[in-house]
Design a protein around this ligand. Structure first.
Ligand code: AMP
Ligand code: MG
Length: 421
């Protein structure tokens, strides 16, 4: 039986990033660039005003103070989007708005705050302070010059990248597109959320929770019609899913029950099994295959197992296929308030649902509720998984555990595989 990090390594070594494609920049957020995009032009494209004020000649304003202001004749108004009809001549000014093109002859913009309108003659303005040469002029190319890199291959597209590309006229980018992940839930007992289940049936929780997780990672879940525990139903669902998706996930039917057909069908279809079973709890009866070149995750059906296994294995796999280098686990050491004791030396890594809390850099964790693998309420309350290693039988109350923070947007503090678990 593989340990957690061994299983992850096997998964990683059987994944490829999916093929890059040109995508509209509006669809590229958080995706990984597959090319270096170079700026086709200067940004800004022309010198323009950084302030609302007056476009003047520096030499006219030298020595201006509140007590001895310089008066200049205002020739025209220059809103953003318009080009001046005339140059700024000696003794003259143009009233200019933020973003307007700097007119010929102007070498400084005096902000409105440093001026006073002349009360006697409308077309005059008083300059009250000596400006700095070139002050308040945004020079062409001061943001980005033509030929400079806007985004490099391997970087994740941010909102700022998107804004910058738009400003530069780059409407599409070569990126690794979102993984299309088939979500196939198995179980003759499963009913739809809209149904009132008849005796013995339960509603299908996994199809919704898994799809939500996949969506939250920036991939695209494709939820297939849930299937009954028959060989034929499993087989036709897998065939269809493999033809449509980049990656396949089943929940349920992968254990040792009499109606667990997933392994058998995969075998019959010629899938390559990389492992089945991981030494962990919850989620142990988990398998990984390649079916016609597509990674296949056989996740056990218990709703907590499904969420935990997806978080531990599917998320880093999907990130890898989408070209990301980092696995976004944040790992911290914490005191486990209640302690924990395994019922026996099972050689398994336990992932406990806990509520983790940080005070002045010190973490504590307490169980978020009962730990049964079908008990979703304690999963809902958890913000971390506390790991009890394979060969640890007991952590005393207040003893140290390692946490995986699962509800966090903090940057990753470790990079797989440089510091293995
Ligand atoms: P299995 O892995 O198929 O043996 O299922 C293990 C347990 O999880 C059984 O109690 C199933 O009824 C339950 N289960 C399986 N699939 C789902 C699902 N999609 N939603 C909720 N419970 C499920
Ligand atoms: Mg089942």
């Amino acid at each position: 039986m593989n340990k957690w990090h061994e299983a992850l390594e096997i998964i990683f070594s059987n994944l490829q990033p999916i093929e890059a494609a040109k995508m509209p920049i509006d669809d590229a957020l958080s995706l990984v660039a597959s090319e270096d995009a170079l700026s086709p032009e200067n940004l800004p494209a022309f010198d323009n005003s950084a302030m609302d004020g007056f476009a003047v000649r520096f030499s006219d304003c030298a020595g201006a103070t509140e007590d001895s202001p310089v008066s200049l004749r205002v020739l025209e108004d220059l809103p953003a989007g318009r080009v001046a009809a005339q140059a700024v001549s000696a003794g003259a000014a143009l009233r200019i708005m933020t973003g307007a093109v700097i007119p010929m002859g102007c070498d400084v913009v005096v902000p409105v705050e440093d001026t006073r309108p002349a009360t006697d003659a409308d077309e005059y303005v008083y300059i009250l302070r000596t400006p700095k040469l070139k002050g308040n002029i945004r020079a062409a190319g001061e943001d980005i010059v033509a030929g400079q890199t806007v985004i490099s291959e391997g970087q994740q597209v941010s909102a700022a990248h998107i804004g910058l590309m738009a400003a530069l006229g780059i409407s599409e980018l070569l990126v690794i597109p979102p993984v299309k992940a088939a979500v196939i839930t198995t179980g003759s007992e499963l009913a739809d959320v809209l149904e009132k289940p008849v005796a013995g049936k339960i509603r299908d929780a996994n199809i919704h929770s898994l799809s939500a997780q996949i969506r939250s990672w920036g991939a695209v879940p494709i939820a297939f019609p849930r299937i009954a525990d028959t060989r034929q139903a499993v087989e036709s669902a897998l065939e269809e899913a493999a033809s449509l998706c980049d990656l396949l996930i089943t929940t349920g039917g992968v254990s040792v029950g009499d109606y667990d057909y997933v392994k058998e069908v995969l075998n019959a279809l010629g899938a390559k099994q990389h492992f089945w079973r991981v030494a962990q709890k919850p989620g142990g009866p988990f398998g990984f295959w390649t079916l016609w070149g597509k990674p296949f995750f056989g996740i056990p059906g218990n709703p907590v197992s499904a969420i935990v296994m997806a978080e531990l294995y599917l998320k880093p796999a999907i990130y890898r296929m989408m070209g990301r280098k980092n696995v976004n686990y944040q790992r911290v050491a914490a005191r486990l308030e209640s302690g924990f004791r395994k019922t026996g030396a099972d050689g398994k890594r336990h992932f406990l649902r806990v509520i983790a809390d940080e005070r002045e850099g010190k973490w504590t964790a307490r169980l978020s509720g009962p730990q049964g693998s079908a008990q979703l309420a304690s999963m809902r309350a958890a913000n971390a998984l506390a790991m009890i290693p394979e060969d640890t039988l007991e952590v005393p109350a207040g003893g140290e555990v390692e946490l995986l923070l699962i509800k966090t947007n903090r940057a990753s503090t470790y990079q797989w595989p440089n510091s293995p678990p």
